[in-house]
Design a protein around this ligand. Structure first.
Ligand code: SF4
Length: 507
C-alpha cells in the first residue's frame, strides 16, 4: 500500500460529529480540575470513614469519586490489609472463586500512530512488520485452541490494512476453526477485540460478525501527558476521538465494553480517578458501565526511551493498592490482570479481586505457531523485543497457571455462556449487581473446567482439578438457590453429559 494511500485513509477516519454529540456544553466528562480537587480534598480520611466506604463496597455499590479519592490516600497499613481482604470478599460475592482465562492474539504490528511507549509505532525502524493472512490466523487459532483456550482477545494495530473489514474477516475466521481435542472438539467461543477507535458505521460491521467485548484503553486520562506521548498529527493524538470510542460502540449496538489505562505514563491516583469517571459516564448515559477494567503497567518496548525511563512508574506496592481501590470502587466490574506481570506478583494481585487473566501468552505476530514449531511444550525461550509490543513477565503455559490457581482454591472458567444467552449489557450488569450472575457462572465454570480436565489437562493438573471440582459439586448441591427449582437437576444432567464427551453445554 502506498504512503499516499495510507495518508488518504488516515484523513477520513475521524468523524468530528461523532465526538461532538457526546460533549456537554462543549466539555468532556474528564474534568481535570474536578479530579485534582477531589484528590486534594480527600487526602486524610478518618479510619471510620474508610471502613464505612469499605462497607458500601461490600454491599456491591459503586463508589463516588470522593470515596475513591479517600481510599487512594489511605496510609495506615492495617486499613490497607482490611481493604485487600474486602477486595477479595467483594470479588467472591459477585464472581465467586472463579477466574476466567483468555489468550491474546496479535494480528498485526502495522500502525499509523507513533505512541512514545510502544514498539509498534511507525517511527520504530527496528520493528519487523507483519500482518497475518487468514491462513495464519487459522494456524494461530489452532495453536491457541490446542492449549485449551475458549476465549481470545484479538489485537490490531491501527492501519488501513487492519481496518474494520480485516478485523471482521479475522473474527469470522477464528470462529470457523475447530480442532480435535482428547475427547471433544476445541474451538474459540468468544473473540473479544482490542482495536483502535472507529466510527459507528465500522463498529456495526464488527457487531454483525459477533465480536465479544470491545476494548479500548485511554492509556492516560491526563490531557497534557496524552498530548506528549501521542503526537498531535497522528490519529491517536486526538484525545476525544479515543475518549468517546466506547460511547460510539454503544450507539453501534456493542454493549460489552472494556476500559483501561496504561499505568506509568502519569500519576496512578489520577488515572484511577479517570477510569472511575469513564465508568460513571458510560453508566449515566447508557445505563451500563464497562464490563472490565484493565490496568497494564508500562514495560520495556523496542526503541522506546520512555518505556524504561518514565518518572511515573508504579511500584509493586502501589500497583496492589490501585488494583484494590479499583476493585472496591467498581465492585461489579471485571478486573483483568495480564501476563505482563511477574509470576509472584500476578499471584498476589489475583487475590485482591481480579476476575480474568491470560496464560500461554505469545504476543509476537505469529507467535503461537512459532512457539509450537520451536518449543513444542516448554516456556517461551526468548522474547523477541523487535517482534512484540512489550515484554511479558509470565510466560507459563495455561496448564501451569490453571494448576496453581486450583491449588489456591480458585476454579478456572472457560465459560462464554453469558454472552450467548444474552446476559450482556444492562442484563449482565443487573445480574452482577445482585450477585446472581456469579451463581450461573459457578455452574458453567464447573462444566467448562470438566471439559478442560478431560481434553487438555496434564495428569498433575487433572489430579488437583478433580479434588477442586468435587468440592465445587458439594457446594452446588448445598446452595438453596440451585436446589429450589429444576436448576440443580438440569445442571447434574449437563455435568453427566460433559463427562460422557458432550461439549459446550451451558446454563
Ligand atoms: S500503542 Fe497502539 S496505536 Fe500506539 S503505536 Fe502502539 S499499536 Fe499503534
Amino acid at each position: 500500500m502506498s504512503e499516499l494511500a495510507v495518508k488518504d485513509w488516515v484523513k477520513q477516519v475521524i468523524k468530528p460529529d461523532e465526538i461532538d454529540e457526546y460533549l456537554v456544553n462543549g466539555k468532556d466528562f474528564i474534568d481535570e480540575q474536578v479530579i485534582n480537587d477531589t484528590l486534594a480534598n480527600n487526602q486524610k480520611p478518618e479510619k471510620q470513614q474508610v471502613r464505612d466506604i469499605i462497607q458500601k463496597s461490600l454491599c456491591i455499590e459503586r463508589l463516588e469519586p470522593e470515596e475513591t479519592a479517600a481510599l487512594l490516600h489511605v496510609k495506615d497499613p492495617e486499613l490497607w490489609e482490611e481493604m485487600y481482604a474486602a477486595g477479595l470478599e467483594v470479588k467472591r460475592k459477585v464472581y465467586d472463586n472463579r477466574i476466567v482465562f483468555f489468550a491474546p492474539l496479535y494480528c498485526s504490528n502495522l500502525c499509523v500512530n507513533n505512541c512514545a511507549y510502544c514498539g509498534f509505532r511507525y517511527e520504530n525502524r527496528d520493528e519487523k512488520r507483519r500482518i497475518l493472512t487468514m491462513d495464519e490466523v487459522r494456524q494461530e487459532t489452532e495453536a491457541v485452541i490446542s492449549e485449551g483456550h475458549k476465549r481470545m482477545i484479538v489485537v490490531f494495530g491501527e492501519h488501513p490494512r487492519s481496518d474494520a473489514d480485516y478485523i471482521a474477516r479475522t473474527i469470522e475466521t477464528i470462529y470457523g476453526v475447530k480442532k480435535k481435542a482428547r475427547t471433544g472438539m476445541g474451538e474459540i467461543r468468544r473473540a473479544n477485540i482490542n482495536a483502535a477507535p472507529m466510527s459507528v458505521a465500522d463498529l456495526k460491521k464488527l457487531w454483525n460478525v459477533g465480536i465479544g467485548t470491545y476494548q479500548v484503553f485511554q492509556e492516560t486520562y491526563h490531557k497534557a501527558t496524552y498530548a506528549t506521548v501521542h503526537p498531535e498529527k497522528t490519529l491517536k493524538g486526538n484525545y476525544r476521538w479515543r475518549l468517546y470510542a466506547l460511547h460510539r460502540a454503544m450507539e453501534a449496538g456493542i454493549d460489552d465494553l472494556a476500559i483501561g489505562a496504561l499505568f506509568g505514563l502519569y500519576d496512578w491516583r489520577f488515572e484511577v480517578m479517570g477510569l472511575l469517571h469513564h465508568a460513571i459516564d458510560l453508566e449515566r448515559r447508557f445505563g451500563i458501565g464497562p464490563h472490565t477494567i484493565s490496568f497494564p503497567r508500562m514495560t520495556p518496548a523496542s526503541g522506546s526511551y520512555l518505556s524504561t525511563n518514565s518518572r511515573y512508574f508504579v511500584n509493586d506496592d502501589d500497583f496492589k493498592k490501585l488494583v484494590t481501590v479499583l476493585r472496591l470502587s467498581a465492585p461489579y466490574t471485571g478486573l483483568i490482570i495480564t501476563a505482563r506481570e511477574r509470576v509472584e506478583l500476578r499471584r498476589e494481585i489475583i487475590q485482591v479481586g481480579c476476575t480474568q487473566t491470560d496464560a500461554s501468552t505469545r504476543i509476537g505476530i505469529g507467535g503461537y505457531t512459532e512457539a509450537l514449531k520451536e518449543l513444542s511444550n516448554i516456556e517461551l525461550r526468548n522474547q523477541e523485543i523487535d517482534k512484540q509490543q512489550f515484554i511479558l513477565g509470565d510466560t507459563r503455559r495455561l496448564d501451569d497457571v490453571v494448576r496453581e490457581l486450583a491449588e489456591m482454591g480458585m476454579i478456572t472458567s472457560f465459560c462464554t455462556a453469558g454472552y450467548r444467552c444474552g446476559r450482556t449489557g444492562d442484563k449482565i450488569m443487573g445480574l452482577l449487581k445482585s450477585c446472581t450472575e456469579g451463581k450461573f457462572c459457578k455452574l458453567n465454570a464447573v462444566l467448562t473446567f470438566r471439559e478442560y480436565l478431560d481434553d487438555y489437562a496434564s495428569p498433575e493438573t487433572k489430579a488437583i482439578g478433580e479434588k477442586l471440582i468435587k468440592q465445587e459439586l458439594l457446594q452446588i448441591r448445598d446452595i438453596p438457590f440451585f436446589s429450589k427449582g429444576s436448576l440443580l437437576e438440569t445442571f447434574e444432567k449437563m455435568y453427566q453429559d460433559t463427562m460422557k464427551g458432550k461439549r459446550d453445554v451451558y446454563i
